[in-house]
Structure formats: structure tokens, C-alpha cells
Ligand binder design. Structure first.
Ligand code: ADP
Length: 819
């Protein structure tokens, strides 16, 4: 014990006592001697001793009064005082002790005893100091850990008993908003009332478990919420420890409470932030992973787990080495290259590269782009890797590329030159056609030479370059412009074009797309059309002229033929005159037929031939036909046969003149091209419905016939069958063409069967109308049965008979001429 640091004040009016005491104690303590209490109080102002030795009987203030004054002053009340007195009576000692004196020593003490008693007193002081020091330490610690203390003096062996003396520290009260014992008394109830309802039972149970475990092994350290005076719940960390006797029964429990609300909030914030980061990481399609300096995978996100087809992050970490083929595309070992790249990222901070991966389960190769970035992690660095699967990207790029190629193909193969211009009239791009137009192979050349094909002036007389800018400006302003333009190609050929300019948006700016349409072909077609129009006009004029002329020609010719006939009727004509008149008649009639044909064909060409329907009688029609055609037999050995049936309708409605013309044409050809044998005409009618009737005309002969080739042509205009020596027969080739047209105008059709040298059969069918069901009947039939022409017929009589009995059935009237 280093006692010299202890100061003792010795107060006695007896100088000898003072000296004796001083000499006895000064080796061990610092001793101050004073002869009166007043001096003591003076000195106390300057320095406080650890112990006061005080005499009782003194002049002025005696020992009792001094002691009382000391105990009254809070500054001095804790200084231990020992009475050193001559009063050996019990009363004096009792009085001193009751005033709070620490010891009572009577004079004439043995020096040893005095020393020992002082020593005891000093030891006590030391103990008090130690305890105070411990308390101070305790406070310091509690302040340092920001905890508030409580203490329970266990009087009843029951953790919840209100009889146990509990003391809450002021800090604890302050923590939950209270001030002192008045608003927060030292009771368990006061504390229990502050618990969050959900935590109270748990906290008491934990405390009871700790309290009741005699072994002292159950710790008490829990977290709970307490309600602050302001109503807010705060989080606390509570812990305690118990002093037990040798049987384990609790004697005293001490504990601390720490407000961890801020910590909790911080922890929650960190947990939330962590969760958010994890969520973000795990929901990104980008694969992220962390590598340490040992090139081992530390962690990865869900996308990485999925990308390689793993089930968990752990599997990823364990099997990551299987995710690359043995060699990379440059021939380097994947394992070596990976280490090299991760090291590079550690050294340089970052690096990006393409990496060939493979999916462990399938072995499917997967090209990826990997970015490695060095990041600080705890006290060191790690490398974060971001892997982007390039398969989709590459596929998309391929698709884009294909699309571009297709578009380029379309652009280059479209039959139009196409170019793009920027805002300063500058060339941006063009297609193949544009290159071809200028006669260059590259776009660079095009840029240089495209102006060469623009002539100085346009057709309107304006300067081309000026006009070009004007047009582009208008297109920029209005969005669209179409105009004609002239180029002169490198070979000097003029190229008239139609140019369409369209304003389009490209990379956020307006540009102009120009499409050039070559008008050469169109212009040529227009020219052709113009010529054709002129030609058609000419042909129409010709047709009109022909129609007029043939009409005008018929009139005088009719006079010639008529007069010739009249003259032939004269009796006793000189034979030579009769012969000549006959020739004139024949030539005239033939010419008239020709003119009629020309008139008809020109009418057909001009679309003016019309069908004029009237009511007519079929026997009369037959009569006229036979009368006209019998003469065509001339003196050839030909039988003419008329083939009709009783059920032939009597009355029809149609253009009988045109029907006669049709049948006459067919019969005249039959007679013309037949030298011997027979010509026959068959006529039938067949009712189509109550109004319409099909009339069928069949003309057959045993004449020269036609080849298959000839048959193709005969219904065409002006076509005579190819001239062979056997066909030296006059004709125009108009007859059948007219016939066909007429039949078609009557909704009909005509066909022919023929064989060279054997004869021909023409079949025609046309439509007539009739509501009359009368047929020609047996009488008429009888008369025309076996209708035959006699060689001996007198032409004169026949002609006369024809003229005079017009519309009368010749079969009946001229029966003598029939065989
Ligand atoms: P053409 O006035 O020349 O007779 P058509 O148009 O009536 O003109 O006849 C055209 C051609 O068809 C004739 O030139 C002839 O060669 C051939 N032809 C027409 N009918 C017959 C027939 N019954 N027998 C043989 N050839 C015929």
C-alpha cells in the first residue's frame, strides 16, 4: 500500500499531542497539524485530506461541533473523521458515533494500536475508492456502449415478484422519454407497461428462464420493443447477469438495455438495399458473376445460373469450368486464356472480349461478349463479369443483314433509278439502276459523274442545275414533287424521264428520295398510238369512201343489167347480138354481186351492217333461192336437191333478205366449185322456246373440196383458197366472210367439213323468231319433192317466170321444168 499519498489532518489544541502524532505517522502519511478547528476549515478550502484526526475538547469549536459542521457540508461529509480524545467515557463515544465519527480512540493510546486503527481506516477509504472507481467504470462502460443499467436485489426467489427491489438507472428512464422515479418508479410493473404487446410474454419468459436456471447457463439476451413516452415503439437489446449463492439461488441481477432502433433501421435499410440489389441482379437478363484473385467464382446472379442451364448458384460455382470448350477459337486453352483475361482485368481495371462458351448439358456452343470490371469488395478487389449471350444478337444481325440484302436486291432490280439527297443537295446513296444510267460501277464514281448526264438546259429552256435545286427545295418544303426531266446518256441518247421526289425522315433529318422513271418506252408507245390513230382515221375514211362509192356504182349498173334483160326479151334478136347481150348481162350481174359484197364488207368494217327483221314466209324464201340459183347450174351435169320436211315452220320473223344472201352465197359457191354430181340444200327449223327458233341450213356439194389448210382461211376477209391450177375460178374471197358475219349477227354459227376432190358440207345455224306454229305441211312438200333441174330448161322462160311470179313458190308454178 502506498500510504504516503494519503493525507491526514491532525487537529488538537495540545501541541505535545500534535507533535507526538506527527512523529508517529509522518513516515507513512502526509500529516498536517492544526491547533484549532477554524484552521482546519481554512485549510479545507485549499486541500481536502483523506482522513481527519480530531480532538473533542478544544477551545473555540469543539470536536462535536466540528464534526457536525463537516457532516453538514456536502463537500466534506464523506471525509472519514476519527476522534482522538481524552474523554474515555461511554457517553462521549456514543455521542461521537451517533454524529457519524468513523472511529473513537482515547488518548494514552499505544502507538502501534493508533497506527493499526489509522491503517484500517485508510484501507476502508481505499475500498470505498475502489468501489467508486468500479461504479465510475461501470458508468463509463455503460456510456460507451450506450446502454442503460438496472439492478434487482432479489429478496424473493421469484423473477416476477414485486417484492424484489428493482432499480432503474436514470439513463434507462431517459431512453424511453421519462425523467425520474416520479414518472417511472422503480417497479417491474413500470417497465412491463412499456413493452410492445407482442414482445412482453417473450421477454418475461426469457428472463424467467435465465433467473430460474440454477446452473446459470441460460443467458439472458433478447431484443424487444418498448414504447417511448412519445408513443413511438423503439427496439432494444436487453441483457443481464445474475449473482447466485453456492446453491445457485439468485441474489442479485444486473442488466443493461441498449436502444438499437437506429441500428435496426440501418440493418433494415442494408437488408432492403441488399434485397433490391439482388432482385435487380437476379432479374436482369445480363449474366453477372464475381471472381476473386484466385480466379474462383465468388457469386453470380440467377440469369447466369439459367444461361448455362444450372439449377442453383452453387452448381454454377462448382461447374463453371464446364461452361467453356477446351480451346477458344484462337486455339488457346480456355483455362489459360480465362486466367490471363481475369488477371488483365485485375491489372488494368477492365477488359471486354468475345468468349466461346458451351452449355454443359448439351454441349451447344454459345458465343458471348464478356466485360470484366475490377471493383472494390471488402478490403480487396474482385472482378465483376457481365456476360451477354450473342446467339440471339448474332441471329438478329444475320436477319438484319439478310433483310438489308433483300432490300438492296429489290432496290437494285427495280426498273427505276433511285437516289437519296441530303439537305444541301448532296448525294447520299443510289441503286444499281442509277449507276447504270450514268455508266459507272461505284457510288464514288457516280458522285463525280452524275452531273455529266444532265444537259445544260432542260426542254423548257431553263438551266438544268438551277431547276434541279428549285425542284429539290420544293420537295423539301412540300414533301412530294413529280416532274419531267431530260438526261443525255453517255452515248448521246436522249433520255426523257419522269422524276418523283419524296421527302423522307432518315436519322432524324429530312432527306429526299428521288425515283427516275424512263419514259422512252412510254413515249414510243404514245407515238405508235398517235400513228395508229391517224391510220385508223384513214382506214375509216377509206371504208366510208368505199361504202359511198359502191352505192353510187350500183345505180348505173342496175340500169345496165335491167336494160340488158329487157333487150334480151326482144324477139328475133340477131344471134350475135343475143350472145353479146348475154355476156353483158352476165358481166353486169357479176359486177353487181361484187359491188354488193364490197358494200357489205365495208358496212361490216364500219360496224354499220344492220339486221332488219320482218315477218316472212319460208316457202317464198325457198322459192326465191331456187329461182335465183337454178341458173347457176348452167350446163353442168349436176343434180340439185332440196331437202325439207313437212314440219318446217311456215312463218318466221327475221331478216329474210340477209338469210337469202347467206344461202345464196353458200349455194353459189357450191355450184361454182362443182363440175358434176349434186348440190343439195337442206333447211330445217327447230323451236327453241315459245318465241325463238333455230334455223339450220346445210349446203353440200360433190365439188373440188378444200384441204384442211384452206378450211382455216375461208371465213377470213378477202381470202381465197390457195391458188392451184384446179381453182381458176373468179371470186373475191368476200362471200364467206360476209356470210359468217351475218350468221353471227343472228346469234348463229357456221362450220364446214370438206375433203379435197370429194366435196364440201357447210352447216349454219341461226336464230329467228316465231310465235306461229304453222308448218309448210304435206301439200308444199309434195310439190317440192325430188326437185330436179332439167338441162333443157329455157333460160328465157325461167327468167321471165321468176320475175313475173315473184313471191310465188316456183315449184308449183313451174312444175313443167322439173323432172
Ligand atoms: P369467192 O368469191 O372467192 O368464192 P368466198 O368467200 O365465197 O369467195 O369463198 C372463199 C373461198 O372458199 C373460195 O375462193 C373457194 O376457194 C373456197 N370455197 C368456198 N365454197 C367452196 C365449195 N363449196 N367448194 C370448194 N371451195 C369452196
Amino acid at each position: 500500500m502506498d500510504a504516503t499519498r494519503y493525507k491526514i489532518a491532525l487537529v488538537d489544541d495540545n501541541l505535545a499531542t500534535l507533535n507526538q502524532g506527527k512523529s508517529l505517522l509522518q513516515d507513512t502519511y502526509k500529516v498536517y497539524t492544526m491547533q484549532a478547528a477554524a484552521t482546519l476549515f481554512e485549510n479545507l478550502e485549499k486541500d481536502i485530506p483523506d482522513l481527519i484526526l480530531l480532538d473533542i475538547e478544544m477551545p473555540g469549536m469543539n470536536g462535536y461541533e466540528t464534526l457536525a459542521k463537516l457532516k453538514d457540508d456536502p463537500r466534506y461529509k464523506d471525509i472519514p473523521v476519527i476522534f482522538l480524545t481524552g474523554n474515555a467515557d461511554e457517553e462521549s463515544e456514543r455521542r461521537g458515533l451517533s454524529l457519524g465519527v468513523s472511529d473513537y480512540i482515547t488518548k494514552h493510546f499505544s502507538p502501534g494500536i493508533l497506527k493499526l486503527r489509522i491503517q484500517n481506516q485508510i484501507r476502508l477509504i481505499e475500498q470505498i475508492n475502489t468501489v467508486q472507481y468500479e461504479i465510475m467504470k461501470y458508468k463509463l462502460v455503460s456510456e460507451a456502449i450506450d446502454a442503460a443499467l438496472w439492478d434487482m436485489n432479489v429478496l424473493v426467489d421469484d423473477p416476477a415478484s414485486p417484492e424484489n427491489q428493482i432499480t432503474w438507472s436514470q439513463e434507462l428512464r431517459h431512453m424511453i422519454g421519462f425523467t425520474d422515479e416520479n414518472d417511472f418508479p422503480n417497479t417491474i410493473e413500470a417497465f412491463a407497461a412499456r413493452f410492445h404487446p407482442n414482445d412482453r410474454d417473450m421477454a418475461f419468459a426469457a428472463f424467467a428462464a435465465h433467473f430460474n436456471d440454477r446452473s446459470g447457463k441460460t443467458p439472458y439476451n433478447i431484443q424487444y420493443r418498448l414504447k417511448h413516452k412519445n408513443g413511438e415503439y423503439r427496439y432494444f437489446d436487453g441483457f443481464g447477469t445474475t449473482l447466485r449463492n453456492n446453491k445457485g439461488i439468485p441474489l442479485r441481477v444486473s442488466g443493461a438495455v441498449r436502444d438499437i432502433t437506429d441500428l435496426k433501421q440501418m440493418q433494415k435499410k442494408i437488408a432492403d438495399a441488399n434485397e433490391r440489389v439482388n432482385l435487380m441482379l437476379d432479374s436482369t437478363p445480363l449474366c453477372c458473376q464475381l471472381w476473386g484473385r484466385d480466379f474462383k467464382t465468388i457469386d453470380c446472379n440467377e440469369a447466369a445460373v439459367k444461361l448455362y442451364g444450372f439449377k442453383s448458384k452453387q452448381e454454377y460455382t462448382e461447374r463453371f469450368h464446364e461452361c467453356s470448350p477446351k480451346y477458344q477459337s484462337d486455339g488457346q486453352l480456355s483455362a489459360e486464356k480465362a486466367i490471363m483475361l481475369v488477371k488483365k482485368a485485375f491489372d488494368e481495371g477492365e477488359c471486354t472480349f468475345e468468349w466461346m462458351h458451351q452449355i454443359p448439358a448439351t454441349g451447344e456452343p454459345m458465343l458471348a461478349e464478356i466485360s470484366l470490371v475490377r471493383v472494390k469488395y471488402l478490403d480487396d478487389y474482385v472482378v465483376a463479369g457481365y456476360t451477354r449471350d450473342l446467339r440471339e444478337h448474332n441471329k438478329m444481325m444475320e436477319r438484319i443483314h439478310e433483310e438489308e440484302e433483300r432490300l438492296q436486291l429489290m432496290l437494285d432490280t427495280m426498273p427505276m433509278a433511285c437516289r437519296l439527297f441530303g439537305q444541301n443537295y448532296e448525294f447520299i446513296d443510289c441503286n444499281q439502276q442509277a449507276l447504270d444510267m450514268v455508266g459507272v460501277t461505284s457510288k464514288e464514281e457516280y458522285q463525280k459523274k452524275s452531273n455529266d448526264i444532265i444537259p445544260e438546259f432542260q426542254l423548257c429552256g431553263r438551266k438544268s442545275q438551277e431547276l434541279k435545286k428549285e425542284y429539290l427545295d420544293t420537295a423539301f418544303e412540300k414533301g412530294y414533287l413529280r416532274f419531267e426531266w431530260l438526261y443525255v446518256l453517255p452515248d448521246g441518247e436522249k433520255l426523257p424521264c419522269e422524276i418523283t421526289l419524296v421527302r423522307v425522315m432518315h436519322k432524324g433529318e429530312y432527306i429526299i428520295a428521288g425515283y427516275i422513271r424512263d419514259l422512252r418506252e412510254q413515249k414510243a408507245i404514245l407515238e405508235e398510238m398517235r400513228k395508229a390513230e391517224i391510220a385508223e382515221e384513214g382506214s375509216k375514211a377509206k371504208t366510208r369512201f368505199l361504202a359511198n362509192m359502191s352505192h353510187e356504182m350500183r345505180t348505173p349498173l342496175n340500169v345496165v343489167v335491167g336494160l340488158t334483160d329487157l333487150m334480151l326479151e326482144e324477139d328475133s334478136l340477131a344471134p350475135s347480138l343475143e350472145k353479146n347481150l348475154n355476156k353483158i348481162g352476165t358481166a353486169g350481174t357479176s359486177l353487181l354481186g361484187l359491188i354488193n359484197d364490197i358494200l357489205d364488207i365495208s358496212k361490216i368494217e364500219a360496224g354499220k351492217l344492220e339486221i332488219t327483221p320482218v315477218n316472212y314466209e319460208v316457202p317464198s324464201l325457198i322459192n326465191d333461192i331456187i329461182t335465183l340459183n337454178l341458173i347457176r347450174i348452167e350446163d353442168k351435169p349436176i343434180k340439185f336437191q332440196l331437202d325439207i320436211k313437212e314440219n318446217l315452220l311456215y312463218r318466221l320473223y327475221g331478216d329474210d333478205l340477209r338469210i337469202k344472201q347467206i344461202i345464196n352465197n353458200l349455194l353459189s359457191n357450191a355450184f361454182k366449185y362443182t363440175e358434176r354430181g349434186a348440190v343439195s340444200l337442206s333447211l330445217t327449223t327447230e323451236r327453241q322456246d315459245n318465241e325463238n327458233v333455230w334455223m339450220e341450213i346445210i349446203v353440200s356439194d360433190t365439188g373440188i373440196g378444200m384441204s384442211a389448210d384452206d378450211l382455216q382461211k375461208i371465213f377470213k376477209d378477202y381470202s381465197q383458197v390457195s391458188a392451184s391450177t384446179s381453182r381458176k375460178i373468179e371470186g373475191t374471197g368476200l362471200g364467206l366472210a360476209i356470210t359468217k358475219s351475218l350468221i353471227e349477227m343472228m346469234n348463229g354459227e357456221i362450220s364446214v367439213e370438206s375433203e379435197l376432190g370429194k366435196g364440201s358440207v357447210f352447216r349454219a345455224r341461226l336464230q329467228q323468231k316465231s310465235r306461229d306454229h304453222t308448218t309448210i305441211g304435206p301439200m308444199v312438200m309434195e310439190n317440192i319433192k325430188n326437185f330436179r333441174y332439167s338441162k333443157t330448161i329455157d333460160r328465157k322462160k325461167l327468167v321471165r317466170a321468176d320475175l313475173s311470179f315473184a313471191k310465188v313458190l316456183v315449184v308449183t308454178m313451174c312444175s313443167p321444168i322439173l323432172i
